[in-house]
Design a protein around this ligand. Sequence first.
Ligand SMILES: Nc1ncnc2c1ncn2[C@@H]1O[C@H](COP(=O)(O)OP(=O)(O)O)[C@@H](O)[C@H]1O
Ligand SMILES: Cc1ncsc1CCOP(=O)(O)O
Ligand SMILES: [Mg+2]
Length: 274
Amino acid sequence: MFEKILKNLKSNPPLVHNITNYVTVNDCANVILAAGASPLMADDINEVEDIVSISNVLYINVGTLNARTVEAMVKAGKKANELDLPVILDPVGVGASKLRNESVEKLINEIDFSVIKGNMSEIKALYTNAKNTGGVDVQEDDLINDENIEESINFIKKVSGKFNCTIAATGVIDIVTDSERVSLIRNGNDMMSKITGTGCMAGSLVATYCGSNKNEIFDATVMAITVMGLSGEKAYRKIVEKSEGTGSFRTYLIDAVSLMDFKALKEGAKIESR
Ligand SMILES: Nc1ncnc2c1ncn2[C@@H]1O[C@H](COP(=O)(O)OP(=O)(O)O)[C@@H](O)[C@H]1O
Ligand SMILES: Cc1ncsc1CCOP(=O)(O)O
Ligand SMILES: [Mg+2]
């Protein structure tokens, strides 16, 4: 699976159109470059259709949404659907405010998404309209762990069925499902929750791999989440070795994505198919 996805990325590196937040935008651009693709950040309503038309995939992240960008997201998403490009949604912080809930509902109603990726609190808020008091971070009670794994898998499958797309729910254990296939990914490190942007970068990587593998959305998503987790492990080893902190961790994370190859993936991936 990895070999084919990587080969397609290498032979057809995608141009990734991102409409994303202003907190982690630079990390998203760098992680896309590190993976071997090209990022383009563009959110003006008068430009997005032109940009989608030259892109291979669209990543919509509502982290710092506002009325203006939501309209641009809808327009870009519709154009991407028309051109049959994968569209990825990161519903950052959904459940935390009325504006976020209404905007995400509008996006989901008007755009066909290939993948929705979020932490478990976001995925829960999406499905049940539950309040998300953690903001952009996962709430402690929602964390996916070995105790609640079966229940979590069944829940994420239901979410995938409802929204008719692949769902990637991230956390200590990540779950990816397209309703039928389920992969659990046990890569990653707790330090990934101590810097901002790991979720957004994971979304950018999902978009990157899907952009050159649009007929293999599930596998491309599993691969992206695995690359992110494995890179987190490598970055963590580096900072421990050098007694460094979270700032360096962020840099080493991007380094690790840029150095990732088939061999490292094959050796380090902790994927369980259910
Ligand atoms: N405690 C953890 N242990 C292992 N991996 C983690 C942990 N927290 C986050 N990650 C990883 O960090 C990435 C971002 O996930 P997450 O923190 O859930 O997203 P967000 O930043 O959107 O809340 C994912 O690849 C996930 O696997
Ligand atoms: C802190 C913050 N506030 C609005 S968007 C954002 C970044 C969230 O990034 P991530 O979901 O990757 O932690
Ligand atoms: Mg997030």
